[in-house]
Write a protein that binds this ligand. Structure first.
Ligand code: UDX
Length: 432
């Protein structure tokens, strides 16, 4: 099929590359000319394992092209994906300006067209956006006979985006008619995944509800971790056994620094806003968000309390990205830790396998190191902020010799406290 994908961010680019890889012809559209130049070279403007290779391969084969010419793309395409950003406004509401603009541009450019096109919203948008996009097209004299708006939320995670896209637990297609539903179903046919047909409005809410539930699981386990700390239980043991109950499930029960990233925090805020706007004050979601704030503040509090006067102390952060296998720093706990400690006069050094370039733009007062052990030299404390695999098996004998003060704050509970303590370190984890 011929597809246009508007927006070459995470969701847009992964969608484009994966559909191209399945044999479709993709035109990826973006207004950002610099980004297009990078993509033209076969490079990807962010870190995502496997994506550059997939983009390059399909670009060379002519199945994926990059352009700023939205008009050409939408005229050629049978299916048009809207995959632009919906960042949070200051009040938490999702900013849908980009979706509005794209809808207007599509309308202007397919006016008078006589072939049926499906417009698919992949961006995470407030419930009702599908109807608004339809209205924009109709107001611009595009006949409803020739288009239909579908909601097809994307559930991929950064760091495992390709595999998540190609092996989804379910594909949700929110459509108002069988014709549009069948076209999108056909597009996904080769994935052999479970397809769920819903109304457009349900599909829009499914995305928010899914992310809200994941965030709830994280805040829940963080709350239990905080109880563990006070009563002497170990959250790793508790979460493992709790998660063995099939009704609960093991995933998303890792206590830590709380959820960050480009989706969970923004989607919880947007859902809270959507609910309030519609006359309901959601109590669980409110608490989920509050526990998440508390979690990082409590961790920073532990660092300050343990190190006492931190002015002039050299604190080394292992990991900066909000999770492993990405260079994304959006809502990363490391940022809040660094800002709080820097304000109190600490000297921050950091090592991250992928996020150094992104981090340099926002963290001018941090000294970045190319090597873990170089970073740890003379450290007054080690703060593990991201559970990159290479931090799991550190040579602690060596670490002990090069640090000034053997203290580890393990924000992701990746180390065995007993073993670390036996090696002469002070260990402070979460809920243990
Ligand atoms: C999330 C959703 O998982 C995905 O379905 C949606 O499409 C986009 O948002 P992503 O933000 O890429 O994906 O990462 P995810 O793996 O979900 O982690 C989100 C945050 O939760 C990270 O900060 C992570 O560290 C944290 N987390 C996750 C925990 O603190 N504990 C856990 O057990 C799992």
């Amino acid at each position: 099929m011929k597809l246009a994908v508007i927006g070459t961010g995470y969701v847009g680019l992964v969608t484009g590359a994966c559909f191209a890889n399945l044999g479709n012809d993709i035109i990826c559209v973006d207004k950002d000319k610099e980004r297009l130049l990078i993509l033209e070279k076969g490079e990807v403007p962010f870190y995502e394992p496997g994506l550059p290779e997939m983009v390059m391969r399909n670009h060379k084969a002519g199945r994926i092209i990059f352009t700023s010419d939205l008009s050409h793309a939408v005229k050629k395409a049978d299916v048009i994906f809207i995959a632009v950003g919906t960042p949070p406004k200051a009040n938490g509401q999702a900013d849908v300006t980009a979706v509005f603009e794209v809808a207007k541009d599509i309308a202007k450019n397919i006016k008078g067209n006589k072939s049926f096109k499906v417009i698919v919203n992949k961006s995470t948008v407030p419930v009702g956006m599908g109807d608004i996009v339809t209205k924009i097209l109709v107001e611009n004299n595009v006949s409803e006979k020739y288009f239909s708006v579908v909601s097809n939320p994307e559930f991929l995670r950064e760091g495992s985006a390709i595999s998540d896209f190609l092996n989804p637990d379910r594909i949700v297609i929110g459509a108002s008619n069988n014709k549009a539903f069948n076209i999108i179903t056909e597009l996904y046919r080769s994935l052999n995944a479970r397809i769920i047909f819903t109304s457009v409005k349900s599909a829009e809410l499914i995305k928010y509800a899914s992310n809200a539930f994941l965030a709830t699981k994280i805040s829940f386990i963080n709350e239990i971790a905080n109880i563990c700390e006070r009563v002497g239980s170990d959250i790793k043991e508790v979460a493992y056994a709790v998660g063995m109950d099939k009704r609960i499930g093991r995933e998303f029960l890792n206590a830590g620094l709380g959820y960050g990233g480009s989706c969970l925090p923004k989607d919880i805020s947007a859902l809270l806003h959507l609910a309030r706007e519609n006359g309901y004050d959601p109590q669980i979601l409110n608490s989920v968000s509050e526990v998440n704030e508390f979690q990082i503040d409590a961790f920073i509090g532990k660092i300050i309390k343990t190190l006492k006067n931190i002015r002039g102390k050299k604190i080394v952060l292992l990991g900066l990205s909000f999770k492993p296998e990405t260079d994304d720093l959006r809502d990363a706990p490391s940022l809040k830790i660094i800002n709080s400690l820097t304000k109190k006069g600490a000297i921050i050094k950091a090592y991250d396998p992928a996020a150094e370039t992104t981090a340099k733009k926002t963290l001018p007062n941090v000294q970045f190191c190319k090597d873990i052990y170089e970073a740890l030299k003379g450290a007054d404390a080690i703060v593990l902020a991201t559970e990159w695999p290479e931090f799991r098996d550190l040579d602690f004998e060596k670490v002990k010799k090069i640090v000034k003060n053997p203290v580890i704050f393990d924000g992701r509970n990746i180390y065995d406290p007993k073993r670390i303590r036996e090696m002469g370190f002070k260990y402070i984890g979460i809920g243990r």
